[in-house]
Design a protein around this ligand. Structure first.
Ligand code: AMP
Length: 623
């Protein structure tokens, strides 16, 4: 049995511990079931040592007995006070590491002695040395100090063989880092790293807090920031609203009895829109984008040379982060692995590799297609409902989102007094809704008689079984209508095949108009396969010239399938050169299946293998 080595992400705000089990990394939960251990250390009023949530919870009340963000001090020759005592930063970090070690021992039922611990790429020798010492103080031999971006890259590609440039964008609670790493031949190298040790989600909370307090001051002439308790309550509320805004267009904040004026209690009751929030944080996100550019420059790479973008840290769930990165780098960022747990999993992958274990890819359930609704062309910047114009697809849950997923977006009507709206639900990746697949529709009627611009919130909930719930709510009145589609994911595959058949039939008729109805439409597959098949027959001198009836005249057993399969393989080779490296392994596997069944003259198997490959090609062609 391989030696047990755990992987630890020792973070500024949060820490986690993970191991590889049966080739797959798993983050270990604590007694409360939560895999995240807040990086807080404290002394309870009875003198007990607290690590994690309990310490974080007492921070507001007893800051003198609580330490947060000790990672910022690692490597410095300073002492931090905790109650009556003073501790070196590595001693405090050791308390966190000790808690993680205990957690692992409890979860695994085994003694744990060794660990891989991650640090930011910019950590200098003193900071790395202090981390190793913290491990020793916690009773752990640190067998490797691993750069955080390297860990994140490892989770997405444990083999590290593919030769790719990965940009890791890490935005946590208090810090921001961006690194460009090169993974090749089993080695991951950090090419460039930039960051801002004072920029993160906490700043977003602060900006939102100030915005809310300013609004409240305008309404009531009272500044809530002058009262510590009120400020703490609003900060918590703002953080929660910020999270809501990652998945929904509006968030409500309700805080009762937040202040008093002339003996009358005042409540805070406000709504924040995503746009309003994004305006507040825009400059900070822009600053991170400048760092992205600087790290590309330092790595001597252009955006087009980046093969993969990986998101790390809780704040990357902010949609604007992914959107701006995609527009800068020209490719969507990977978000399928939980950004809070990604680094710990990478540490576990490295640990397992050191122990000589084979590690597989992390498999998570994600939606393979974007889901959204049909809207008018958003030329005005706002998506609009109505009829008679060109239609666009407005994705609500985007491809690659982990399941279950719940997202909503806001849309507006186009006509004055518009009484109803048709909600047409589609799956696919094309902006042109006609190229996607309709999975259902319903009408919401009885809307208020108001001018154009009536806002409707459309929410999509997709679970692991492919059950899709769609609701539309008139924002002003709360009028709501919803439907459920039981097999949204399965239905797509069937619909996709039907659409492919229909497309092919149409093409067939357009190309060979002389063919009598019915004679040419018995065969299905991607549209250019048929023409290549005819070409193949001609060039081999075995078949008829490009005329339809020959196809129906009973070629030798397997001949037709074989020609079709060869054409399909050629097409696959072409598409492969354009596909992302992530799609290569799946494509290669499917192509190999086709080749093997072809060589074995296993015609039935060949048909199944060709169908599977054709399905993927159809999909890749569109993306
Ligand atoms: P980390 O330091 O990586 O654990 O990230 C913690 C930060 O992520 C905190 O500022 C959280 O408020 C923030 N965060 C967590 N979940 C979300 C979310 N759904 N949307 C936006 N920020 C989030």
């Amino acid at each position: 049995m391989a030696e047990l080595i755990i992987g630890i992400d020792l973070g500024t705000t949060n820490s986690e511990v993970a191991v590889v089990e049966n080739g797959v990394p798993r983050v270990l939960p604590g007694d409360d079931g939560d895999p995240i251990l807040p990086s807080f250390v404290g002394l309870a009023d009875d003198g007990r040592l607290l690590v994690g949530k309990a310490a974080r919870n007492q921070y507001a009340l007893a800051p003198e007995r609580t330490i947060k963000s000790v990672k910022r001090k690692m490597g410095e020759d300073v002492k931090v006070p905790l109650g009556e005592e003073q501790y070196r930063p590595q001693e405090v970090s050791a308390m966190i590491l000790r808690a993680l070690k205990d957690r692992a021992q409890k979860a695994l039922g085994k003694d744990v002695q060794k660990a891989v611990v991650t640090v930011p790429a910019y950590f200098n020798d003193a900071q790395r040395q202090a981390t190793i010492e913290a491990g020793q103080l916690a009773g752990l031999e640190v067998v490797r100090i691993l750069n955080e971006p390297t860990a994140a890259a490892l989770v997405y590609d444990p083999d590290q063989t593919s030769g790719m440039n990965v940009l890791v964008y890490d935005l946590g609670g208090g810090t921001f880092d961006v690194s460009v790493v090169r993974a090749e031949g089993g080695v991951v190298e950090v090419l460039a790293s930039h960051g801002d040790t004072k920029l993160g989600g906490d700043d977003f909370d602060e900006l939102l807090l100030n915005h809310l307090c300013d609004k409240f001051k305008t309404q009531h002439q009272i500044d809530l920031r002058t009262n510590t308790t009120s400020q703490a309550r609003i900060l918590r509320s703002a953080e929660s609203a910020k999270r809501t805004l990652s998945d929904h267009p509006f968030a409500r904040l309700e805080e009762e009895f937040i202040a008093e004026k002339d003996g009358v209690p005042l409540h805070l009751s406000m709504e924040v829109g995503r746009g309003e929030y994004e305006e507040l944080i825009r400059t900070l996100i822009d600053r991170t984008m400048d760092c992205v550019q600087r790290s590309l420059d330092d790595a001597h790479l252009t955006a087009a040379q980046i093969d993969r973008v990986v998101l790390v840290g809780g704040s990357t769930r902010t949609p604007m982060v992914g959107d701006l990165l995609e527009s800068r780098l020209g490719r969507p960022a990977r978000k399928d692995i939980n950004p809070d747990l990604c680094v710990a999993m990478g540490a576990a992958v490295q640990a397992a590799m050191i122990a000589g274990e084979t590690v597989g890819a992390v498999l998570v359930d994600i939606t393979p297609h974007s889901m959204g609704i049909k809207t008018l062309d958003p030329s005005s910047g706002d998506y609009l409902f109505g009829g008679g114009f060109s239609f666009r697809f407005a994705p609500i849950i985007t491809r690659g989102t982990p399941l279950p997923a719940s997202r909503s977006e806001v849309f507006s009507t186009v006509s004055d007094n518009q009484p109803s709206v048709e909600i047409d639900i589609y799956q696919g990746e094309s902006e042109d809704v006609r190229r996607n697949h309709r999975v259902g529709m319903f009408n919401i009627e009885g809307l208020s008689k108001v001018p154009a611009g009536n806002k409707l919130v459309v929410q999509l909930d997709l679970n692991l079984d492919g059950v899709l719930k769609i609701s539309a709510r008139e924002k002003a009145t709360g009028l709501v209508k919803h439907i459920t589609i039981d097999n949204a994911l399965a239905r797509f595959e069937r619909d996709e095949r039907d659409a492919s058949t229909a497309r092919l039939e149409q093409l067939w008729r357009d190309r060979f108009p002389e063919v009598p109805e019915g004679e040419g439409d018995d065969d299905v597959g991607p549209d250019d396969i048929e023409s290549e098949m005819l070409h193949g027959l001609e060039s081999e001198g075995e078949g008829p010239s490009a005329s339809m009836p020959a196809l129906d005249s009973g070629p030798r057993e397997g001949q037709r399938e074989a020609v079709q399969a060869r054409a399909l393989l050629e097409k696959a080779e072409r598409i492969r050169t354009k596909a992302t490296t992530e799609d290569h392994s799946e494509l290669d596997r499917l192509m190999q299946n086709v080749r093997t069944t072809l060589e074995d003259r296993n015609w039935h198997g060949l048909e199944t293998a060709s169908d599977a490959l054709a399905d993927v090609l159809f999909y890749l062609e569109d993306t």
